[in-house]
Design a protein around this ligand. Sequence first.
Ligand code: GMT
Length: 377
Amino acid sequence: MKIGMVCYPSYGGSGVVATELGYALGEQGHEVHFISSSRPFRLHRFHEQLFFHEVTDVSYPLFKTAPYTLLLANKIVEVANYVGLDVIHAHYAIPHSISAYLAKQMMTRPLPLVTTLHGTDVTLVGAHEEFFQLTRLALRVSDRITAVSQALARETEETFGTTEQGIEVIPNFIDPKAYFPMEKLKGRCRKYFAPHGEKILAHISNFREVKRVLDVVNIFARVEKTVFCRLLLVGDGPEMSRVEREVVRLGLEGKVQFLGKQESVQEILQMVDVFLLPSEQESFGLVALEAMACGVPVVCSRVGGLPEVVQHGKTGFLAEVGDVQGMSEAVIELLTDDTRYKAFSEQAVTWARETFPVERAVLGYEKVYEDVMTEVR
Ligand code: GMT
């Protein structure tokens, strides 16, 4: 099959899912054409079946900013005609699915459209009145819709109503060849970030408000009163200044390390003891899955798709959004009982590998592509 993959190129789970899916589909012999404003950040390994088509910017005095949605639609048609795409897979309803729908209208042959919902499109953006009608259109005109969790599928239907084609859930996935526990690295990291035997807590995100990174700092502030530990903060984004100020306010400068944006998150995850994800909203929480696959128990909020990803009392702990006290108690519980910690860590690896294998997701998406190609032909 020749698949056109439309995604955001920047840091974020949806781009990671699109890219990793692309590599996995390439391994199955499919040709995958990424179409985006720049090269997706995880698309760094060469693969003979993977291609990248850049949507180039246009400057014209009348445009304040170039209309990306239109440029993308035009590019999709160009690529579809030139390479003979069989299907377009849009990650995000807004704007990718709308651009792909426009591209479909411009084509002189059928081009089936699969839309994968990742969360913020529906829960945050889609629910804003300004995007409501467009998101509903994207859902109606997609030949197939998939969502990354049951919670997201439910929430989408509650917000926008049901569609004729329904929503198929294909959970996000991990490749255990890339995400696995590594004791050696843990040792090396300890020498640098935790030279005196401290435990390491970590958080990785794009530092948007929805991630509640201030909670991460406050959880750490409580934990470090009982457990000798350090906090690694990975990523960057709009909340960064507020987070830095909170660290200073709490007098934690010597104990919190900011690592900025990082590509190789598996190497970081392989070094830490507990991962924190106290988000306000999370359709899936891919990074929590990545952490568990590296043997790191997760303490997170009981929201969106996280209860489908993290097993409370087995692979981590869930608490209500904003329950800083509850989350710090959960971290302390994990870090002060070696036997329990080891069990959680092992259970996390097994659960991640057995429940979210990349092979299952690839089979799921292949089936969706095949079905839609047969129907639309
Ligand atoms: O969470 C973000 O800020 C990034 C966003 C994205 O566009 O990548 O993540 C969403 O998609 C991921 C991949 O499916 C999910 O793992 C994240 O939970 C989801 N984020 C939210 O729902 C807030």
